[in-house]
Design a protein around this ligand. Structure first.
Ligand SMILES: Nc1ncnc2c1ncn2[C@@H]1O[C@H](COP(=O)(O)OP(=O)(O)OP(=O)(O)O)[C@@H](O)[C@H]1O
Length: 238
């Protein structure tokens, strides 16, 4: 579904992403983890043609994302708040995205109804501009907007960050149910290992721009990933 080929991104000769080959299959929930600065957002930004690779390319369903815009029809994404329009209410923003996704008013209303529990009564019907919503609620708007039109590929950068614990559990279920119902391919990054290990069918660990582990979903995925990140405990120095 998505092929990454000889991908390199460098800033001032410093290589921040170096992925010679990676294929993400249709229906995979692809989880990306790595410490700060590992290159997760850089990878997603290149997949979405938000930044240009120094070398190599991303091919999405046979389309080189740098060369054609056709991938936009089947791709939804939420990277950060720059995807939102602060002076709109959530309803206005969803109507705007619905227009892009060619969804009717009824389809949009039905679709949004399905997220009532996730919204927890704090997003729709509040007459609040998106800029005035809390960080977590802004994130919910962005995530749901990315799912509108049921795109085949959905890219979410740190979707669990800023969500309260209940919402994190709801989001885990929501992503898994959505993928099961629609065969969606998800690309998700996060720092909460429990969340990302729970939703992903495959986990990749990125370190200094390189893939250092490619872990399929098993019963021990979480332990394996936790062991990777757990600092080695040294003798007490204090
Ligand atoms: N415009 C830029 N100019 C210079 N360096 C950049 C630029 N954008 C990103 N970088 C560098 O690229 C590296 C990868 O950054 P990236 O944001 O992809 O990491 P990340 O894994 O998403 O980190 P985090 O977990 O902190 O969000 C970092 O060292 C960052 O400083």
């Amino acid at each position: 579904m998505i092929q990454i080929q000889n991908l390199i991104k460098a800033y001032n000769k410093e290589i921040v992403l170096n992925i010679p080959e990676l294929t993400i299959e249709k229906g995979e929930i692809f989880g990306l983890v790595g410490n700060n600065g590992a290159g997760k957002t850089t990878m997603f930004n290149i997949v979405l043609d938000l930044i240009t690779a120094s070398k190599g390319q991303v091919v999405s369903k046979g389309i080189v994302v740098r060369e054609s815009e056709d991938w936009k029809d089947f791709t939804g994404a939420f990277i950060d708040e720059s995807f939102l329009i602060g002076y709109l209410t959530a309803e206005e923003y969803f109507a705007f995205i619905a227009g892009l996704r060619r969804m009717s008013k009824t389809e949009t209303a039905d679709f949004l109804n399905g997220f009532a529990d996730f919204f927890n009564g704090e997003i729709l019907g509040k007459k609040k501009f998106i800029r005035d919503l809390s960080k977590g609620n802004q994130k919910k708007v962005g995530i749901v907007a990315a799912l509108m039109g049921k795109p085949e590929i959905v890219v979410l950068d740190e979707p669990f960050a800023n969500l309260d614990p209940s919402s994190q559990y709801k989001l885990r279920k929501l992503i898994k149910d959505f993928a099961n119902a629609n065969g969606t391919t998800f690309l998700i990054s996060d720092h909460t290992l429990e969340n990302i290990a729970d939703v992903s069918t495959r986990l990749i660990i990125l370190e200094k721009g390189k893939i250092v582990r490619d872990v399929p979903k098993t019963e021990t995925t979480l332990q394996e990933v936790e062991a990777f990140f757990k600092p080695v405990v040294e003798a007490d120095v204090f």
